[in-house]
Design a protein around this ligand. Structure first.
Ligand code: NAD
Length: 341
């Protein structure tokens, strides 16, 4: 394949020829930590960072010279069927599954795949428009679903979507508590109380409430499975993301505590830990860094050389939602392209 503007710095540094081009035009930058750490950025995104001084003419020359290089795709993107669904996988026929954060990214991809495999879905998001779009996508791919608008950090909204799920389908087999938000990259000492509370409200209280009200239903049923979306920051810190890191550690804590309590009650609780996934959440990072003028000293190193597609996480969620994950509970499951190695 030839150079295109979506190729990430990580890939440019891995290829001897493109490395030489970068070294020729940006000798200092190649040595500089910020540059090396920004492996997940494209050249344009990198050049837009305030700390990185690449002139427009240098950028053009770089692109011209890179265009002459043949890139071997170091990692092939997986052809995994979604967003058109994937009927060939493990059947989820008869399962009722609640998905929060269903309007985008991992939640949307999971909904489409699980719907196409026979699950009846209750899609939850506070963004009504994107939630309705997911509903349409699920139906286009042969799935059955309803959408409930809710803010997962509001108790009455959570009670409402759980009640709607039971009214619509009579039970809840799986609750996928996935809605979450990313913090502004900032030094610890600069994080405002407001920002800390915003992150905790959605990422911790939202998961707590989703678990609490799903557990009330599942306890009566005598069965059920809760899948929480944590992050690699549930088990390691990420630079300049203290509040987010703390919130995802808390998700792991809630997962394990509930798994322990309900292990003999037929209810399993697990968490997935994505690393970097190409979603709205990560797409917003370069611009937010540009606006704030703050760049962390380190970025996560996706050793695999690319972001995950949301569908790659969705396949794991679909497996977990099936009975084939029957011996798993309290598991904190990594799918991170080698970030935590
Ligand atoms: N993208 C990544 O690299 C990555 C990595 C690790 C963990 N995660 C986690 O994965 C989960 C999904 O993220 P994504 O990358 O798909 O993001 P995304 O922004 O594409 O989707 C998140 C969805 O959640 C919804 N949402 C946000 N706050 C909400 C609230 N209070 N109530 C209801 N809905 C709300 C949004 O409207 C959006 O539709 C999050 O918990 C995130 O922390 C993502």
């Amino acid at each position: 394949m030839s150079y295109d503007e979506n190729i990430r710095i990580g890939e440019l540094l891995n290829n001897a020829e493109s490395f030489a081009v970068l070294e020729k035009h940006l000798p200092e930058f190649v040595k500089e930590p910020t540059f090396k750490m920004a492996t997940n950025f494209t050249l344009d995104q990198l050049a837009a960072l305030p700390q990185v001084d690449i002139s427009l003419s240098t950028l053009q020359i770089l692109k011209q010279e890179l265009a002459a290089i043949a890139f071997e795709a170091t990692v092939q993107k997986q052809e995994i069927g979604a967003p058109t669904g994937n009927k060939e996988g493990i059947s989820l026929e008869g399962k009722v599954i609640v998905v929060t954060g269903a309007g985008s990214g991992i939640g949307r991809a999971s909904a489409v795949i699980m719907g196409s495999r026979g699950a009846k879905l209750v899609l939850v998001d506070f963004n009504e428009q994107t939630g309705e779009e997911t509903l349409a996508l699920v139906r286009e791919n042969g799935g059955e679903a309803t959408f409930v608008q809710a803010d997962v950090s509001k108790e009455s909204d959570v009670q409402n979507y759980i009640q709607k799920a039971v009214e619509a389908y009579g039970k809840i087999d799986v609750a996928f508590n996935n809605a979450g938000i990313l913090q502004k990259f900032q030094r610890f000492q600069d994080i405002s109380e407001e920002e800390f509370t915003r992150i905790m409200d959605v990422n911790v209280k939202g998961i707590f409430l989703g678990m609490k009200y799903a557990l009330q239903v599942m306890d009566k049923q005598g069965y059920g499975h809760i899948i929480n979306t944590a992050s690699t920051t549930a088990i390691r810190a990420e630079h300049s993301l203290a509040a987010y890191t703390a919130s995802k550690h808390a998700v792991a804590g809630l997962t394990k505590a509930a798994a322990l309590e309900y292990v003999r009650k037929g209810i399993r609780i697990n968490a997935i830990c994505p690393g970097g996934v190409a979603t709205t959440l990560t797409a917003a990072v370069p611009q937010s860094l540009q606006e704030s003028g703050y760049v962390p000293e380190e970025f996560p190193n996706m050793r695999i050389g690319r972001y995950a597609e949301p569908e790659e996480l969705a396949q794991i969620v679909a497996f977990l939602a099936s009975d084939y994950s029957s011996y798993m509970t309290g598991s904190i499951i990594l799918a991170d392209g080698g970030i935590t190695l």
